[in-house]
Design a protein around this ligand. Structure first.
Ligand code: NI
Ligand code: MN
Length: 231
C-alpha cells in the first residue's frame, strides 16, 4: 500500500509535503519568515519546489540545496539561476508535467511577478499541480490573483488545494472564496497570510464563509501544523 501524503504549513507560503518518505519543500522561506517555527538548518529536503523568484519564496533554498543536495524544481529561468550556483535542478515550464519518484508534477499559471532577489529574470510565476503515486491531486496555487481558468484545474478533481488569502500581494479572502468555488477541492488550506501586518486576515471568518457557501472543508493550520491526506 502507498502511504498517504503529509502536508505541513511552515507559515507564509512555505509548505512541506512528505510523499511516502520523499521530502518536498515548497518556497522554503524560514530564516526571515517571522511565522516559521523551524530553522533552515533543521529542514530535510529531497526536492525544493520554487513557485517564483520573490525573496519570500526563494528564501533559504540555496543554503538548503547546498546542505542537503536537494534538487530544485522551478521554471527554466529560476532553474538556470540555481544551476549557475552549482545546485541540482530540474527545469519545467507552465503546462508541462514530469513524472518524479514522488509523483507527476505539472506547472500551472499564476498571475503575479517573479524577479529573483538579485534582479535576475525569474520567468513567469507558477503554481504546482501534483498527482501523488497514491493518486491524490494537490494544487498549490502559488502567489496569484484570481483567474477563471482555475475552473480547468478544478476539473482534475482536487483532493487538496493551498491558496493565498492575504490580500495586497495576492488574492484576498473574497477572491480566494471565488477560487474555491472554481477549484472545488475536497479540502483547502489557506496560506500567505498573517506573516506581516500587511497581510493580516481573520482565517476563522474565512473558514466559516467557505464552509457555508461551498462543499469544501477548510483546514486552517497553525505554522508547523500538519494535515494528512486520506486520513
Ligand atoms: Ni511573490
Ligand atoms: Mn509572496
Amino acid at each position: 500500500m502507498t502511504m498517504s501524503t503529509i502536508f505541513t504549513w511552515y507559515g507564509h507560503a512555505t509548505i512541506g509535503l512528505d510523499c511516502g518518505g520523499i521530502a518536498l519543500v515548497v518556497d522554503p522561506f524560514f530564516s526571515r519568515n517571522p511565522a516559521a517555527t523551524v530553522k533552515p538548518q533543521e529542514v530535510h529536503a529531497d526536492y525544493l519546489l520554487i513557485t517564483h523568484g520573490h525573496g519570500d519564496h526563494v528564501g533559504d533554498a540555496l543554503e538548503i540545496a547546498r546542505r542537503t543536495g536537494a534538487t530544485v524544481i522551478a521554471n527554466a529561468e529560476i532553474s538556470g539561476w540555481f544551476s549557475g550556483k552549482g545546485v541540482k535542478t530540474h527545469a519545467q515550464h507552465i503546462g508541462g508535467g514530469f513524472r518524479y519518484p514522488f509523483g507527476y508534477l505539472k506547472l500551472t499559471q499564476a498571475l503575479h511577478g517573479s524577479a529573483l532577489p538579485d534582479g535576475s529574470n525569474g520567468g513567469n510565476p507558477a503554481g504546482f499541480l501534483l498527482t501523488t503515486n497514491a493518486g491524490e491531486k494537490i494544487y498549490l496555487a502559488g502567489d496569484t490573483g484570481l483567474f477563471g481558468d482555475m475552473r480547468l484545474i478544478g476539473e482534475e478533481g482536487l483532493d487538496l488545494a493551498a491558496v493565498p488569502i492575504g490580500d495586497n500581494y495576492t488574492m484576498g479572502p473574497d477572491d480566494a472564496l471565488r477560487a474555491v468555488k472554481l477549484l472545488q477541492p475536497k479540502v483547502v488550506i489557506p496560506i500567505h497570510y498573517n506573516t506581516f501586518p500587511l497581510i493580516q486576515q481573520d482565517v476563522q471568518a474565512w473558514k466559516k464563509r467557505v464552509e457555508a457557501e461551498t462543499e469544501t472543508r477548510v483546514e486552517a493550520l497553525n505554522p508547523g501544523g500538519t494535515f494528512a491526506l486520506g486520513a
